[in-house]
Design a protein around this ligand. Structure first.
Ligand code: ADP
Ligand code: MG
Length: 356
């Protein structure tokens, strides 16, 4: 038997290998209507209500760097990234279980500060912190949050419902978190340079980098778009499909297209990219559109909507129509500002294993 390095198939390839092994367990539970493959698993509680469940892992040195991450923000982000997956199902969060692994030298105060961030944010989403598990860690800090939510069965929104002709919409502005990360990593280098020369570093990351505040806030302290779910419910809007943007617009739109068996046509000129993101990209001599397409961690919602529902979202200041769903054989295309089309499948996103 030969062994294949995970990096040969990447994170998504690995999940595709895991899914068939888990499949027989799913078949044994008839109420489980969605297993591996969407933002949450879906379980029927009653003929009219479903429960959704999701889990996300934050690993020190992979997902966060304590040099540039305030502890309270870290706690907040651990909750928000899970609630974001619940929002992506058009559901509301209910409770979360938090597992944490800590180096024995970590202080009690550190843990309390992380939990204060979690608690404050969980209260904002009306989510209960209802349990968890605690362990020692031989390396860095690990935080794993599992969250559940609830929705009316007819409102649940999967990745697989997009149809040709639907509008493709996003919330907020894209590429912010990627831009924020660039600025923070540069600041970290400055910090380490100070330390190397025996100097003190007394800048406060959040207040001293004022001109980048929005991008840094989106990186360190993202919000799940519960406000959009409230808006949908208030106006009886049910998107045909939805996902939260955690890997980048291109790969996450790819998940919708693959699961729905459709293509998409996106117009670059419509992408909501702020002047701050463009400014950061210019400073780093990079392309702001790439931050939006493959930067990841924006935790905005990407959804598709029947054309007839356009008037229901038209007046919302934070929802942008960026393109349309097309037949599968037309592929997933980006029309750039010069009118040239680019295959979005060739644009990768964040992959933990650097999949090829
Ligand atoms: P998201 O970015 O929305 O959190 P992921 O890309 O992490 O989604 O996961 C995609 C799908 O694969 C989800 O349905 C998730 O539950 C499932 N999945 C991811 N990792 C595993 C795993 N190790 N075992 C089983 N299912 C997994
Ligand atoms: Mg998701």
């Amino acid at each position: 038997m030969s062994f294949k390095p995970i990096s040969d198939i990447g994170e998504f390839g690995l999940i595709e290998r895991i899914a068939p092994i888990a499949a027989p367990t799913l078949e044994a539970v008839p109420g489980l209507t969605e297993g591996i493959g969407d933002d949450c698993a879906v379980y029927e509680l009653s003929p009219s209500t479903v429960q959704v469940a999701t889990t996300d892992l934050l690993f020190e040195h992979i997902h966060f760097d304590l040099l540039t991450t305030p502890l309270q923000h870290l706690g907040s982000k651990a909750i928000s990234v899970n609630v974001s997956d619940i929002c992506a199902m058009n559901a509301r969060p209910r409770y979360a279980l938090v597992s944490i692994a800590l180096p024995p030298k970590a202080s009690v105060e550190l843990v309390e500060t992380v939990y204060r961030g979690m608690s404050e944010t969980a209260q904002r989403y009306r989510t209960a912190l209802a349990g968890g598990d605690t362990s020692a860690s031989p390396g860095g800090i690990v935080i794993s949050v599992t969250a559940t939510g609830e929705a009316e069965k007819e409102k649940i929104t999967l990745r697989k419902g997009a149809r040709s002709g639907d509008l493709v919409c996003v919330t907020g502005s894209l590429g912010e978190a990627a831009a924020g990360l660039r600025v923070l990593m540069r600041e970290k280098d400055i910090m380490l340079e100070h330390i190397r020369h025996g100097e003190t570093y007394d800048r406060d990351i959040m207040s001293n980098l004022g001109e980048y505040n929005e991008a840094i806030r989106q990186q360190l302290l993202p919000s799940a778009r519960m406000d959009i779910i409230d808006f949908f419910h208030k106006h009886s809007i049910v998107p045909t499909s939805m996902i939260d943007i955690s890997d980048g617009l291109a790969p996450d739109l790819g998940h919708i297209c693959k699961r729905s068996g459709v293509g998409a046509y996106i117009e670059e000129s419509r992408l909501p990219i702020s002047s701050q993101v463009r400014h950061v990209a210019d400073e780093f001599q990079e392309d702001a559109v790439n931050y939006a397409l493959s930067g990841g961690e924006d935790y905005q919602l990407l959804f598709t909507l029947k054309k007839e529902q356009f008037s229901a979202i038209a007046s919302h200041p934070d929802i942008t129509v960026i393109g349309k769903i097309t037949p599968e054989d037309e592929g997933m295309l980006l029309c750039d500002i010069y009118g040239m089309t680019v295959d979005l499948n060739t644009i990768g996103g964040f992959d933990h294993f650097g999949g090829k």
